[in-house]
Write a protein that binds this ligand. Structure first.
Ligand code: CA
Length: 696
């Protein structure tokens, strides 16, 4: 009521403002505001508008003056690691989520902190932190409420003026090894959240919509069918069950939707991107074959009740960890002279899809990189044509793309002026096989990585570069320009009405390109790997460019030598939110140089090789999620080969079994036996000694 009176007052006093959605109290963040291209300088939702284009009409920063960008302010983020999220800006306040799901509100002109909210993940759920990544890709706002989803599965609503908690609801069964990394999606007075966990246990994916005011569940959509004996939740699950064989429900099925949710305000439809199978190997999951709906699909739902509308499955019967959890971007395209309400996606499997979103019809699908699992798409059947032998039927086989994907969650943007989509893409392969795996008697536990596949890196698929930034014409389905990249884990993109494209890279450089040609216009070295996409906003006509700087995501978590090489190691460099402007005068303190942790020598610790072997199995099923495969860490957590803690039995027990560092994000493993603890110490030390020997 108050708001309406204020709005009327505004209309009376300032008639020229009547076209905007601004009241005297400020912007009302609702569907009209989030769908509109003109957001009064704000950045209101994950992809800026409901179209998810990450296109800004702000044009004060131009190709001519972009070279003058300088830091305007910065905010150091203590005790933070992996920063991958998109900040939001409303009426002079910038909101963002960092490590441990801590949310902050800052003055967007100065970086001064207004409030912070800590959901205390380590205190609330120290066991559950073992499922997943200390990441969050963002937050959502609906009217006066701000939403954050936590590692341990809570969806929390905050008052965005004060940071005070309004409600909290648990969205995941605490027994299941699932977690949340996605940014909640707000629309029509509701807020949607999904989850991850396909690799962590025999889990079954779903998305849920909650009432934005009360937190009450409005609807839930299951992505794969459960046991038919229990009855199906809806007709869509009954239809999906026709495409599965064997006793798939014993393995969960997967399909977890951890990212890729778009609300189409024009057509009043919701699109969700779905995940890969649980386990990866279809021979285990669905031994008689089948498409396994709705794995690796785009599914359109009724936003009011979650009812199925249509779907397109990108990879029928997927068996390579291909998921379609990537951004779903909406645009009006002219195809064969016809205006089309299109939907675009570049999922892991290497094709770029253009779909008529009114009916789900596949209009085109072309390869953005080397794709060796399928020769092409048959548009008559809307299905890919697979090469023989690609399902490792008889022997291990090298396939491109691999599980890291041709494109992952790093934001794709679309510029309606240039007509181009901008994709951070990866050109690599993986060798898949299942020799030695007991397909028939396969069993999995919760909280343990197990994919039912033996996979190992298969190398780059191009001679010139392992990755690139591609400008892609979705109408002609061809590349217009490309910039090669030395590293595979580069960040998401932003494009503006001045036809500039911004992207941060794994090497710590933030670059501005000419969006039409790919020519480099500006390069700023931030001294730490960038994994988050930039945003732009304006306050009193002054345009800012802002981004989180903090190496993160699966490369920083799963580690390995290639990821560790960057030297963005745990605690070495300061994690920051940095804002640039054309008249910025802030001086960023120099970052510490890249640091690759060196293994600690010890003459006292005598490694027992049998124990080390046993510890290796334990480590690589759980600890490796953050401390890195082979105990080679890359930023999210300390490199244990360089730590003194594994050398001391009591200190190790305090941290691992008693939770001494749970406030820092280290989970508690109460169930580990004395022998398991010992075996872990021996594995870590054996890896330290192996590294010391190879350094000599
Ligand atoms: Ca996966």
């Amino acid at each position: 009521m108050n708001k309406r009176i204020n709005q009327v007052l505004v209309l009376v006093c300032f008639g020229f403002l009547s076209i905007s959605f601004i009241s005297a109290q400020g912007t009302v963040v609702n569907d009209d505001a989030m769908a509109g291209i003109n957001q009064n300088g704000n950045w209101l939702s994950y992809g800026r508008t409901h179209s998810e284009q990450r296109f800004s009409p702000l044009a004060n920063i131009t190709k001519e003056n972009v070279g003058a960008l300088q830091p305007d302010w910065y905010f150091p983020i203590p005790n933070s690691r992996s920063l991958v999220s998109t900040p939001l800006v409303v009426d002079g306040v910038i909101y963002f989520v960092a490590s441990l799901n801590i949310v902050r509100a800052l003055d967007a002109t100065s970086g001064e902190e207004l409030w912070s909210f800590n959901p205390q993940v380590g205190e609330v759920a120290p066991e559950r932190m073992r499922a997943g990544w200390d990441n969050s890709r963002g937050i959502a706002i609906w009217e006066d409420n701000l939403f954050v989803a936590t590692w341990d599965g809570r969806l929390i609503s905050l008052n965005r003026e004060s940071g005070e908690q309004l409600w909290s609801t648990q969205t995941i069964d605490p027994e299941l090894a699932m977690y949340i990394t996605g940014a909640p999606k707000a629309f029509k007075g509701k807020v949607l959240i999904g989850n991850g966990g396909t690799e962590n246990g025999p889990n079954r994916g779903y998305v849920t919509a909650y009432d934005a005011e009360t937190g009450d569940q409005v609807w839930r959509f299951w992505i794969v069918p459960g046991n038919p004996a229990d009855g199906f939740e809806d007709d869509a699950m009954e239809m999906a069950a026709e495409t599965w064989t064997g006793e798939w429900w014993r393995h969960g099925g997967g399909g977890n939707s951890w990212h890729g949710w778009t609300y189409d305000a024009e057509l009043d439809q919701l699109y969700i991107g779905t995940g890969n199978g649980s386990p990866w190997n279809r021979k285990i999951r669905s031994p008689g074959g089948g498409d396994n709906l709705f794995l690796d699909s785009i599914v359109a739902l009724d936003p009011d009740n979650g009812a199925y509308l249509w779907h397109h499955q990108n990879t029928p019967g997927e068996t390579w960890d291909y998921n379609s959890n990537m951004d779903i971007v909406l645009a009006d395209l002219f195809i064969d002279g016809e205006p089309i309400k299109a939907l675009m996606q570049a999922p892991k499997n290497g094709f770029f899809y253009v779909i008529n979103r009114q009916n789900g019809e596949l209009l085109s699908a072309e390869k953005i990189t080397e794709v060796t699992w399928a020769s092409h798409y048959d548009l008559e059947t809307a299905r890919p044509v697979e090469f023989p032998g690609v399902r490792y039927e008889t022997s291990a086989v090298r396939i491109s793309p691999g599980p890291v994907g041709a494109h992952s969650w790093h934001a794709m943007s679309f510029n309606p002026n240039t007509g181009l989509a901008y994709i951070p893409s990866i050109h690599s392969s993986t060798v898949y096989g299942d020799e030695g795996i007991d397909i028939e008697n396969f069993e999995r536990e919760q909280w343990r990585l197990n994919t039912g596949v033996n996979s190992r890196p298969g190398g780059d698929t191009r001679d010139d570069a392992p990755a690139s930034l591609q400008a892609w014409d979705p109408v002609r389905q061809e590349q217009v320009w490309e910039v090669l990249a030395d590293n595979i884990w580069n960040a998401g993109t932003l494009t503006t009405a001045s036809n500039i494209l911004f992207q941060g890279r794994a090497d710590g450089h933030l670059i501005a390109y000419d969006a039409e040609t790919g020519e480099e216009l500006w390069d700023y070295d931030l001294g730490l790997g960038i994994s988050a996409p930039p945003i732009t906003y304006a306050i009193d006509d002054k345009q800012y460019l802002a981004l989180l700087v903090g190496w993160g995501g699966s490369m920083a978590a799963l580690g390995g030598p290639q990821a560790a090489e960057h030297g963005w190691s745990y605690g070495a460099q300061e994690r920051r939110l940095v804002a640039f402007s054309l008249d910025g005068t802030a001086i960023l303190p120099k970052q510490a140089p890249p640091l690759v942790p060196q293994p600690l020598p010890s003459s006292d610790f005598i490694v027992n090789q049998d124990l080390a072997l046993e510890g290796g199995r334990e480590f690589n099923g759980t600890c490796s999620m953050c401390h890195g495969g082979g105990a080679i860490a890359a930023g999210i957590a300390p490199d244990l080969r360089a730590s003194g803690i594994p050398l001391l039995r009591e200190a190790f027990e305090n941290v691992v079994r008693n939770g001494a560092l749970s406030d820092n994000g280290m989970p508690i493993y109460r169930d580990l036996t004395d022998e398991q603890l010992e075996s872990l110490r021996h594995y870590i030390r054996s890896q330290a000694e192996a590294a010391l020997r190879s350094n000599q």
